[in-house]
Design a protein around this ligand. Structure first.
Ligand code: ZN
Length: 499
């Protein structure tokens, strides 16, 4: 083994991670507490750091170092995998001519502004020309890669390595087949009383409950910190330093609670990776779908259960005795699981949520395969909502303009949200057969549940791909029936539907 070469590679990683850390801290600060007046000045300095990072990442000498390393026969498996992952990522960045990359970044910024204006003015026609250009320029960007795979397959693979249209088609067909009739039955069933969730819940009280919740989740100040933002997220500064955010809504008490459980699920995923991978690309999550599987497992498969609320509801009721007067833990749990087709994806319940994703998947596929145009896309959007959820929006704001992803050029991302929920169901099935999930939830042993996930999923970081981790954790290949069985059983019981 050429030790000098290995040392050069390791020094490069450390330098890379130092710049990434600096930019992450600046990014989190910008979204949480930084005064708006400093924005332009901060952005100017940040872009210099980003430029430096770009040069370090794409350094041709380092490309050579990695090539030579891969030729070393006794290179250990972990390092080999890491080098391959860096190469995959960097070859995509390097393939684009620098001037075109800068133009692409500029277009995305302009498109974001146009989307924001269009949403504020509730007018899709402001955004349409930008969307058209974003799609055309995406085509150009992917064209620089040497792949012969269909364009949309390449996009899907960027967020979920190994997944393509053929596999997603099969997945979503299965979902359509079983969920559309189930949703229709739930719509006709007796609605669940949930009006008490939407009474007035002063934010101070909600924050007080969050303190209790974070301690229940064992998300403590030795490795994590929660802040507030408009759109909740999780980011990782370095080992033992995870930042999450939440958003408090005055008239929706469960929103901040479940979003906290969700984001802390993301935090556990990367925090509990094998320390041997510290500072390496291997310490990151495998894919968007796998990351979402961990956050959704915590939010939906743990955070929406009766044992979870048996443990936490008394504290909430104590803070809000008037709002929750006469509401039992059982009624509260039923309310946070109530299902009804609605227009906004991020506010959708667990059952109708995958339909929002299916719609976006079919639209993206059509946009890149040339069967759907950006002109009139707002109407196509509404037709899809009518078809799958039986509702349609009278405003573009609550329709096609609700998500930021397309304005940013992130195509192929949405499907991972549904895939994550489905992965989670399969993990949960194995977890339930191995440990007493309900007992641990009810008795405040959330850390032991996270311990199971750590041992079977988190520890691997991205050393193995999603299908390998699925096999290691559950002993079988990914099977969406676990997800569909779970949803069917849950909603049939909740709404007393006949079998
Ligand atoms: Zn998430």
């Amino acid at each position: 083994m050429n030790e000098a070469l290995l040392k050069e590679y390791q020094d490069w990683i450390l330098k890379l991670s130092a710049y990434q850390m600096a930019l992450t801290v600046i990014g989190i600060d910008k979204q949480t507490v930084a005064p708006s007046g400093g924005a332009a000045y901060r952005d100017e300095r940040s872009s210099i750091l980003a430029g430096e990072l770009f040069s370090i990442e794409t350094d041709p000498h380092q490309v050579e170092v990695r090539k030579q390393l891969l030729r070393e026969a006794d290179l250990d498996g972990d390092t080999r995998k890491a080098v391959e992952l860096y190469d995959r990522e960097i070859s995509h960045i390097c393939s684009v001519p620098k001037d075109r990359f800068i133009a692409w970044t500029k277009l995305r910024n302009e498109s974001y502004e146009a989307w924001h204006r269009a949403k504020t003015e509730d007018n899709y026609s402001i955004f349409e020309p930008y969307l058209k250009q974003i799609i055309e320029t995406s085509r150009e960007m992917y064209g620089y890669r040497s792949s012969t795979a269909p364009l949309y397959d390449q996009m899907l693979d960027d967020y979920e390595p190994g997944m393509d249209q053929k596999q997603y088609d099969a997945f979503f067909d299965r979902l359509k087949e079983r969920l559309v009739p189930l949703i229709q039955k739930v719509v006709k069933a007796q609605p669940i009383e949930d009006s008490f969730l939407f009474r007035e819940y002063p934010v101070e009280g909600q924050k007080q409950f969050t303190e209790h919740l974070l301690s229940y989740l064992h998300f403590d100040s030795s490795w994590g910190y929660e802040n507030e933002t408009e759109h909740p997220f999780t980011d990782f500064i370095c080992e033992n330093d995870c930042r999450t955010t939440t958003k408090y809504r005055l008239n929706d008490v469960s929103s901040a609670i479940l979003s906290t459980v969700h984001e802390v699920g993301h935090a556990y995923y990367e925090h509990d990776c094998d320390p041997a991978y510290d500072g390496m690309i291997l310490s990151l999550g495998i894919s968007s779908g796998m990351h979402e599987s961990q956050s959704r497992l915590c939010e939906n498969y743990l955070g929406r259960t009766l044992p979870f609320w048996k443990a936490n509801y008394p504290a909430l009721q104590q803070i809000f005795p008037t709002q929750l007067n006469g509401v039992s833990a059982e009624s509260f749990t039923n309310a946070v699981n109530a299902s009804k087709p609605t227009l906004i994806r991020t506010e959708a319940d667990e059952l109708t949520y995958p339909m929002h994703i299916l719609i976006r998947y079919e639209l993206e596929k059509g946009l890149f395969n040339g069967t759907i145009s950006t002109v009139g896309l707002d109407r196509t959007w509404n037709q899809m909502y009518e078809k799958y959820l039986g509702i349609s929006s009278s405003t573009a704001r609550d329709g096609i303009l609700q998500d930021v992803h397309w304005a940013d050029g992130s195509f192929g991302y949405f499907p991972t949200y549904a895939l994550g929920s489905a992965f989670a169901a399969q993990f949960m099935n194995t977890m339930r057969s191995s440990i007493d999930v309900d007992g641990l939830l009810e008795n405040g042993h959330y850390d032991e549940l996270m311990g199971w996930l750590k041992e079977h999923i988190h520890t691997y970081g991205c050393r193995y791909d999603a299908s390998e981790v699925m096999m290691k954790a559950t002993g079988e290949a990914f099977n969406p029936d676990y997800y569909l069985d779970y949803l069917e059983t849950k909603y049939r019981n909740l709404y007393h539907l006949e079998y």
